[in-house]
Design a protein around this ligand. Structure first.
Ligand SMILES: Nc1nc2c(c(=O)[nH]1)N[C@H]1C(S)=C(S)[C@@H](COP(=O)(O)O)O[C@H]1N2
Ligand SMILES: [Mo]
Length: 358
């Protein structure tokens, strides 16, 4: 094989730098897939720089740029604008990265950088309407209070979004009925249904309406699908479909291989897509040779994952279980990982190693 592209490694375990990132940014423990709404402390976490310490008493949200009437709002003023609450699932765009070969060197996620919280706050659309975007407005930029250096570029964490998508956003000040925890963006964050997590800017302090495409780091350099030639390609936007299973039985401490009885068991899990509702989940109990349809639970909401269940009579011995989601727009999960240089949007079908009996 040719040498691994710069920024990737082949056939090696993770580095100390990646371990440091992984220790800060935890995934969803897979058994927590049992909860339709992820308890706040079990929701996955991704923080590029440091968690800022924000004083809610002096905090303000500024809305400006190409608008007729710039706004400056305290948290109290924002809360007075009405509260909408919705269960919303989002997933880190780098989910699945550590399963690629060669492996992009970054936060080494396996499959479980996902969560569903009930996010509540002010709808963004009325606020934008009140500010009055100019006729030439095309994008909305969201800026956080956290600062760092990435790819050699000093920056505030900020991401821009086409105005039509921005209008679907929620300015959340609550997670699961309580104020946002510091690590999830206290006191205010953006949540955009359907998009990968990077768009959900935490510690949100400024909204800027733009008449030109934003060329800042997180849109132009980060969160792009690159080939091995290191040329930035398509932007990363909406979540590709994915299904995950609640691991059955009990784990081996080190390998996480699952141990269960050779007996009937109901496999359960959750599936989501940022493009359309989940229409089908199929389960394979023979390593992926054959798939059969699982039963779907009633939807939790238009922008939340969907539960599924599948009855299986576990035969004695070792098996590989897989689950595959398809959405109503016809998007389905690939069996093999789609590779790109930064390891985004790897929604390949999961593999769970189980052994029934001793
Ligand atoms: N200000 C700010 N917002 C941010 C980030 C960040 O580092 N800083 N990380 C983004 C990324 S990459 C993801 S996947 C989600 C994670 O949100 P969570 O930690 O609440 O799960 O937040 C996004 N919003
Ligand atoms: Mo992310």
């Amino acid at each position: 094989m040719d040498a691994a592209p710069a920024g990737t490694v082949a056939g090696q375990g993770i580095t100390e730098e990646e371990l440091r990132l992984a220790a800060r940014n935890h995934a969803l423990p897979l058994e927590a897939l049992r909860h339709p709404i992820t308890p706040a402390g079990l929701h996955y976490l991704l923080i590029h720089y440091d968690i800022p310490d924000v004083d809610p008493a002096t905090f303000r949200l500024e809305v400006g740029g190409a608008v007729e009437r710039p706004l400056s709002l305290s948290l109290t003023e924002l809360r007075a604008r009405g509260r909408v609450a919705e269960p919303i699932t989002f997933e880190c765009a780098g989910n699945g990265r550590a399963l690629l070969e060669p492996r992009p060197v970054s936060q080494p996620w396996l499959t479980e950088a996902v969560g569903t919280a009930e996010w509540a706050g002010a709808a963004l659309r009325p606020l934008l309407d009140e500010a009055g975007p100019s006729a030439g407005a095309i994008e909305v930029l969201f800026t956080g209070l956290d600062r760092g250096v990435e790819g050699g570029v000093p920056q505030w964490y900020e991401r821009s979004l086409p105005i039509a998508d921005a209008e679907l956003g929620l300015l959340a000040y609550e997670m699961n009925g309580a104020p946002l925890p510091p690590q999830h963006g206290f006191p205010l964050r953006l949540v955009v249904p359907g998009w990968y997590g990077m768009q959900n800017v935490k510690w949100l302090t400024r909204i800027t309406v733009l008449e030109e495409p934003f060329t800042g780091f997180q849109n132009a350099v980060g969160y792009r699908l690159y080939g091995a030639d290191a040329v930035p390609g398509e932007p990363v936007t909406r979540m590709q479909p994915r299904s995950l299973m609640v691991p059955p039985g009990v784990p081996d401490f080190m390998t996480r291989e699952r141990h269960l009885e050779p007996a009937p068991v109901t496999l359960t899990g959750r599936a989501w897509s940022g493009h359309a509702q989940i229409e089908r989940v199929e389960v394979s109990t023979d390593g992926g040779e054959t798939f059969a349809a699982a039963d779907l639970d009633a939807p939790l909401g238009p922008h939340a994952w969907r539960g599924w269940r599948f009855d299986w009579d576990a035969p004695p011995g070792e098996q590989v279980l897989r689950s595959r989601a398809t959405d109503a727009a016809g998007n389905t999960q690939p069996l093999e990982p789609p590779w790109n240089l930064k390891g985004y949007a790897n929604n390949a079908v999961e593999r769970i190693q189980v052994v029934a009996g001793s």
